[in-house]
Every structure is written in C-alpha cells, then in structure tokens.
Write a protein that binds this ligand. Sequence first.
Ligand code: ARG
Length: 565
Amino acid sequence: MTRDIFTASARGVLKDNFGIQDAQILWSCPKESAFGDLTTNAALSYAKAAGKSPKDIADAIVRNLEQLDSVAKAEVAGNGYVNVWLTPQALIDQLGETLTACTPAVKRSRERPVIVEYSQPNIAKPLGAHHLLTTLIGQAIANMYEHAGYPVVKWNYIGDWGTQFGKLAVAVQKWGDGRKASAYSIDELLSLYVRFHEEVEKDTTLEDAGREAFRRLEAGDRELTSFWKDIVTLTKESLSGIYGLLHVSFDLDLGESFYQDKMEPILRQGIKGGVFVEGKEGALIVEFPEATGMPPYLVRKGDGATLYSTRDIAQMRYRMDTYNPQEILIVTDIAQKLHFEQLVATCERLGWKLPVFENVLSGRMRFADKSMSTRKGNVLKLEQVLSEAVERAERKIADHGDTIQTDDRRDLAQMMGIGAVAYGILSQSRKQDIVFDWDKMLSFDGNSAPYLQYTHARARSVLDKAGKTASSKDIRALTEKERSLINMLLKFSATLEESRSTHMPHILANYLYALCQEFNAFYNVEPILKAEEPQRSLRLSLTELTAQVLKTGASLLTISVPDRM
Ligand code: ARG
C-alpha cells in the first residue's frame, strides 16, 4: 500500500517534470537503518532517458515524497539514491501485509495446476539418507506454491518398474526361504538383491535369468505380477511411516509401471517422425546436434525392452494430456541433469509444446562425520538417521536440565530431532552439495531448527503472560530495535515469494533465522510486559507477529514449532 503510494508519487514526478512515461519504480529495504526504511535507484535508471543528472531527478522525487503524510523524512543519498523514512504509524500499518502472508491464500482452483514431483524412491529398497534432499526440497516447494494459492499436484514418481524386479524375483526364488513375497521385510529384500549382484560375478547366467524374468513380468506373467504387486504394497506401507514423520505427503504415487502401455504409441510416433533412429545392435536412440554436447539418448534396447528414459517420455505426455499443467517441476539430484536435458530435447523434437519445465536440481549429500559416509552396506538408512536425530535431541534436552520446559520430553525431542534434520538441509542452498552435520543441526544458538523453535517458544511464553492488550495506536516514536524488527517483519511476504518462485527453500529458512536474531536482539534490550502503554501493546503485537511468521515459515519447511520449550 505505502509502496504503491510512493511509486505513484515518483512516477508522477518522472512524467510531469522529466517526460518519462510509465516509469518502473523498484523499492528495496536497505540492510542498514541509516539508509531509511525504503530506497529506490529510479533516478539513476532514468537519468539518461531524461537527459538530466540523477541528483536533479532524485531531488525532485524527494520533494514530492516529503509532501506525503506517511513520510517522516526523505533524502538523496550517494549519487542519486532516494532514501525514505516512514512515520511510525505508516510502518506499523504495513504490518497487515505480513499478517496476511501468514494465512494461506485461497486456492485458485480454476487455474492450471503446478505439478511438483519429488522423493521418487525405488521399490524394494529402504529410503536412504540422501532421499532427504529431493523429498524435503520438493515438499517445501509444493507447500510454498499451495500457500500462494496455486493448485498443486504433489507427485511421487515411484521407481516400481525395470530389470531390477526380474533380478529380485530370481533372487527370492533362489535364496529366499519359500515365504510369500509379502512376508519379507524391505531389509531382507534388499539383502537378497545385494546377494544377486554378488553372485552374478561368479555366475553370469544369472544376469540373463533376471532379464528374462523381467521380460515375463512385462508380458504379464501371472505369478510374477502378483509377486511384484506384493512388493509394491509392502514398500509403500513402509514409506508412509517415514513420510508421516517428515510431514511429507503426496496426491499421487503413480510410478514408472503406470506407463507400461503408454510407450508404444510414442515409440511409433517417434520412429515415423525420424526422431527415434536405429543405434547399435538394433537399439533405438535419439541423436542430438553436436553443438548441444549431448550424447545419444537410448529409448529402446536391442531386445525390445523399454527403459527409464522411455517411461519418462510417456510420463511427460501423460501429465500434459491429463493435467494441462502450467508448470512441471521435478526435483532430483545433480546426477540426473543430463537425463532431463535429453528428455526435454526429445519432447521438443517430437513436436510437443511443453509447459514451463524445471528439473529442480540439488547437489549431493556430504557427511561432516566421516563414519556416516563409510558405513558398511553403503546405504545409510533414513529410518536410522531419523531415530538417531530424535535420540540426540533427547540427550540435548536432558543436558539442558531445567532450562527447558516441556510437558512432554519425548514429543519435544521428536519435534526437535526431525526438525533439525529438515532445517539442516533446507537452510543450505540446494545448488551446492548439502552438508549433513549433527552438531550444527542440533545447536541451540546457531542457524538451526532448535534455535527457531526456541525463539518461537520464547515469544509465545511472553504472550501467555501478557493478558489483555490495548491497540497500539498513537505511537509517535520507535526505538531502533523496534524499527528494525518491524522492517524485518515487513520483508516476510516478498522473501517468501522469492523463495517460492526461485524454488530455493533456503531463502525462506535464512530469513527465519534473521528474524529470530532480530527478535532476540529486541527481546534482550526492550522490556515488553513491563513497558508503558502504548509501547507495551506495540511490543506485544510485534511479538505475536514474530511468532506467527516463525510458525508459518517453519511449517512451510515441514518443521513444527513448540509453544513451550
Ligand atoms: N527413481 C529415480 C531414482 O531413484 C528418480 C526419478 C526421477 N524422476 C523422473 N521423472 N525420472 O533414481
């Protein structure tokens, strides 16, 4: 609101005094309070077009802004920046926008949906620690889109098809103990699968047996199909427990197997159009111009078997036909980058008009604690990581003795442990490798979930003791700490929007950390409950709003915050 008025004022000046039509005026919030509450470089941007010095233009903008009721002071800074200080009341009035941003926008159901695909585990294998990346990043992005009112389809594209099922069938038949597939645990299945790979070194005919079993499965063999179904059900059940702990949920879990009957027509189209051409030994490939640097894309093996790539092409077609989405986001780690570049190029060659598409990439997970990356069996199971997180949180809570208040230690430990892992990952830029570091994640005073949770509880405990509050009207002056807390709160909505539109959850996480620091700095020097009115009410309302922003932001990042801690 206030910004719009300022924009109108500055545009008016540029038009009336300098002949610039429809100027774009951008306001930003300076990092330091010495530069005011809002600043714009419009005078610098339009100096050339106006044929005047930036200073002259900035001067004119300042003189006009000074006329406004909401402006306490405006001045030209540097070589043409305009810095504006708002009156206390004008600043406080803007906080309504922050409050609005805490409530989910009404879902725009008529709009074309945004498909967000994430997690995508493979059946018959336990989730590994590294699955946290796509799972949490995807969930946070989906949450932010939903919060902003987009219709979202949250999609778990499960790896439930491929030669590995043939291999597993062979392994269960050869080394299993005759139980039905559904009677095995995921761990048992994994070790049978691992055994297959060990034995294949000695007996290469196993490889063929596995391929043959998968071929029969694809051809609809009764027994193998029921074996496969059992395993899919079993895996999905075990997944749902972990997703629950992580506050992760999906609308769909249509995996690769769903596209079995959807590939043939596409293969025919591609062959006819000369997009799919013959490669080595009867294989079918897509070739790309040399300048792209992309190697050929294999879409059908010589023996006629389809692949991961073939299913992905069919999956794109299906999503476009069924949902007509405005955007498709697929969250994976960097290892899949080339695959998706080839996939998109192939779809384009097929003449398909794709919606906005992004392969939202993350780096790999690295462990600060060497023993975690070198553990035997090479997958570090997510289940273990999460229970270790809760145990570690319990110990932390015990170490802090009476300084931590809670009615339910176990509950708090769970919230803290799981939250610490989620925040630990989501607070790092996904564009780099993500470092998994227990000490950092569980620290009480760093950029961590426990710090955020503690700050929320601290704010709530003040509010609990406050009783009734008056309205915070008639504030004539703000202390420096009040002013910077207000300015930090005012950044919430734009920061959330930036985090959503760039698909970078760490932008939101780091904002929440900065808000915690700002709130704690305020809390440490300004009395709240003992302040005089109307200051007391103002401070309480800032405390309340801080708690709300922290809670909203944390929950978008899958993290819960306690009211007491
Ligand atoms: N299941 C695959 C894996 O674990 C990831 C799937 C990514 N999504 C896709 N549409 N290909 O490697």
